[in-house]
Write a protein that binds this ligand. Structure first.
Ligand code: SF4
Length: 395
């Protein structure tokens, strides 16, 4: 089911939800909900590592393998670069000589890589069913309907959409078309400041928590300045008056991994480990972020732990593959790193990319066959790029 846990990291207990497996059947509720069409090697094949090495060596500079921080160790081992979604898309764009970009991450990330790379480059996602539950929570139809609701309430003209990187290309295109920008968890505050110079209100998609945490924790707004638009209710479940009174219209989406950390997780770890520093991702719920000592993106989490003194203790609220890797990496420096929650919290869709899928994708490319190519429609790509370029130009 899962990879073996290293001895020097206290792994949390498994939970049925978190161990949804992994790489084979389709998940009808996922962003893609499709089966991977390939004839995959068996996970038990003892030659998988050797096969991946051989296929990658055969492809040489033609292939560039990107590994998101939340990927399994067995996949990260073959990544040419690791990083968060935006860093990886930029890394891909910086390698125009690479004919094939194999993106070990989830679907929206591969879309962004396709948008930012040249027409001659082909982006491959080793398992097409590696979607993102957060990205799934805002569809193009729902967002178009929301814009109609804002128009009827008379606020669309003064509203600027800001979409988190973790959204589909359709949502990024909507954002570009309506004068908005993309943001990441590292630059959300700058993006919101920019947007408030363009208009009076922000429609923040699709992660309510990043939107609320940035507005309230970083920018001093109140919770009353925020309203929650529920795409499953008529009119988003909001009155025109509520929409007119709000500064932040938050889309009702969240990350199913970070959304699982609770205030109890924070209180409990503080009791168990006196002196522990609690460091969480801003996709966590507001009460978790408010109770934490430090809050930031995956890159911030890594840098904070790099700079931490020997003997310090840390409880980390982000995806388990990354936390486990960091715990092992820094154990030799005397830094104690634990997972914030008591139960396992993998991103099940990230975990779909496993060694059999990577071997299959690399061997297919080495044999001259491009599998699982992610190609964004040119018009969608053009508007998405506009929104991404506004982000790159943020002051
Ligand atoms: S960790 Fe959350 S936001 Fe990231 S891919 Fe998984 S579900 Fe999506």
């Amino acid at each position: 089911m899962t990879t073996a846990q290293p001895l020097d990291f206290q792994a949390p207990a498994p939970s049925p939800l978190a161990l949804l497996l992994l790489g084979r059947e389709a998940d009808p509720k996922s962003e893609r909900g499709v089966e991977c069409p390939g004839d995959l090697p068996a996970p038990s094949d003892p030659d998988l590592v050797e096969r991946a090495r051989a296929a990658k060596a055969k492809l040489g500079d033609k292939v560039f393998v990107l590994g998101h921080h939340y990927q399994r160790d067995e996949v990260i081992e073959f990544a040419d670069v690791t990083g968060d979604s935006f860093k990886l898309a930029r890394d891909a764009a910086a390698r125009p000589d690479a004919e094939y970009i194999v993106f070990c991450g989830v679907h929206f990330m591969a879309e962004s890589a396709d948008i930012l790379t040249t027409a001659g480059q082909q982006v491959v996602l080793p398992d097409l069913a590696a979607g993102c539950s957060m990205a799934d929570m805002a569809t193009a139809e729902q967002v178009a309907e929301c814009w109609d609701v804002l128009t009827e309430a008379g606020v669309a003209d003064v509203t600027v959409p800001v979409s988190y990187m973790n959204s589909s290309a359709d949502i990024k295109a909507f954002t570009g078309k309506h004068g908005g920008t993309i943001c990441t968890s590292s630059n959300a505050e700058r993006a919101l400041n920019w947007a408030f110079e363009q208009g009076e209100k922000i429609l923040f998609l699709p992660d309510q928590h990043l939107g609320r945490n940035t507005a309230v924790r970083d920018m001093g707004m109140s919770l009353d300045d925020c309203v929650l638009y529920n795409p499953h209710k008529p009119g988003g479940g909001l009155t025109a008056e509520q929409l007119r009174g709000a500064k932040m219209i938050l889309w009702r989406g969240h990350c199913s991994v970070h959304g699982r950390f609770s205030l109890d997780s924070v209180n409990d770890v503080r009791e168990r480990i006196p002196g522990v520093n609690v460091l969480v991702h801003p996709e966590c719920r507001h009460e978790v972020v408010a109770a934490a000592d430090y809050v930031g993106s995956t890159e911030y989490i890594i840098k904070t732990l790099e700079a931490a003194p020997a003997g310090s203790k840390w409880a980390i609220g982000t995806e388990l593959n990354l936390v486990r890797r960091l715990a092992n990496r820094f154990a030799g420096e005397g830094k104690e790193i634990v997972f914030l929650d008591k139960t396992v919290c993998f991103c099940s869709t990230m975990n779909r990319i496993d060694l059999p899928h990577l071997v299959w994708a690399l061997e297919s490319l080495a044999a001259g066959k491009v599998v699982n190519r992610i190609e964004v429609d040119p018009e969608v790509a053009a508007f998405s790029k506009l929104a991404l370029e506004r982000m790159l130009a943020l002051p």
